[in-house]
Write a protein that binds this ligand. Structure first.
Ligand SMILES: [Zn+2]
Length: 259
């Protein structure tokens, strides 16, 4: 009889333990494959389209954060729609490309939403862009802005400005809807191929998603805000050779914990 009780007790303890364990697991971040988000800001549609032609062979996917949607010509809108159809993401980067922090200081958050965010969403949706994520112009952000924009976007991207060792870099997805990207434009002071290689190796080894951003893809650099096609080729080759995954910004939404 005693033995029966002991067995029953043990069984109950096991059950409690097991249910605690499964509850704990639900709150833990979801498992995902190491990968890279390549994003591009502003409105260099022709150059993005050309880059897409060159990098298609790697099965790449990119996120294009578009600003000033109503100043973009009809042929370029057509190209953007085609790229969206191919699996690239077309995201928001401001209706006017205002510096959010400076604008809010002067006119307040409500005015920012009214002038910079709402018309952008309306116009982009009207043109059939899904627009579910946003990248801050100049990477200028604040906690109050993050909060206001959280209601409108699944993922909000700032910039990681430093060139610190990979384990201290902010440019990895950290199970948060606020993310930061490292700039791979040629003129960026911390950019170099060996450093990007370090960042990629760290993502691969530690199962992380690395966020990178650039502006205008070019063959030969002539001014600021240009990303060499050669750099993009290097990154795409690494991704293929090391079995990393191409993510877009909105893919991160599915990886957020407790969803
Ligand atoms: Zn910009």
């Amino acid at each position: 009889m005693k033995l029966f009780f002991l067995k029953a007790m043990l069984f109950l303890m096991f059950l409690t333990l097991f249910s605690c364990e499964s509850k704990k697991q639900k709150q833990e971040p979801k498992a995902y494959k190491a990968g890279v988000i390549l994003s591009f800001d502003d409105a260099y549609v022709d150059e993005w389209y050309n880059a897409d032609q060159a990098l298609k062979k790697y099965g790449w996917k990119a996120t294009f954060n578009v600003c000033r949607i109503d100043s973009i010509g009809a042929p370029q809108i057509k190209k953007l729609l085609q790229m969206q159809k191919e699996g690239h993401e077309i995201a928001g980067h401001g209706y006017h490309h205002y510096n959010a922090v400076k604008f809010v200081k002067k006119y307040g958050i409500n005015e920012y939403m009214k002038q910079e965010i709402q018309p952008m969403i309306v116009s982009m949706k009207k043109k059939s862009f899904k627009v579910t994520t946003f990248a801050y112009p100049y990477g200028e952000r604040s906690d109050a802005l993050d909060k206001a924009l959280s209601a409108k976007f699944k993922i909000i991207r700032g910039r990681a400005f430093g060139g610190e060792v990979p384990e201290k870099q902010d440019s990895y997805f950290n199970n948060s809807k606020i993310v930061f990207a490292f700039d791979i434009d040629n003129s960026h002071i911390h950019f170099s191929i060996p450093y990007v290689l370090e960042l990629l190796d760290y993502a691969k080894k530690n199962n992380k998603i690395l966020l990178l951003c650039g502006h205008k893809p070019v063959k030969n650099v002539t001014e600021n805000y240009q990303t060499k096609i050669e750099t993009l080729e290097f990154i795409c080759k690494y991704i293929k050779q090391h079995d990393l995954k191409f993510y877009t910004s909105s893919d991160l939404d599915d990886l957020l914990p407790q969803k």
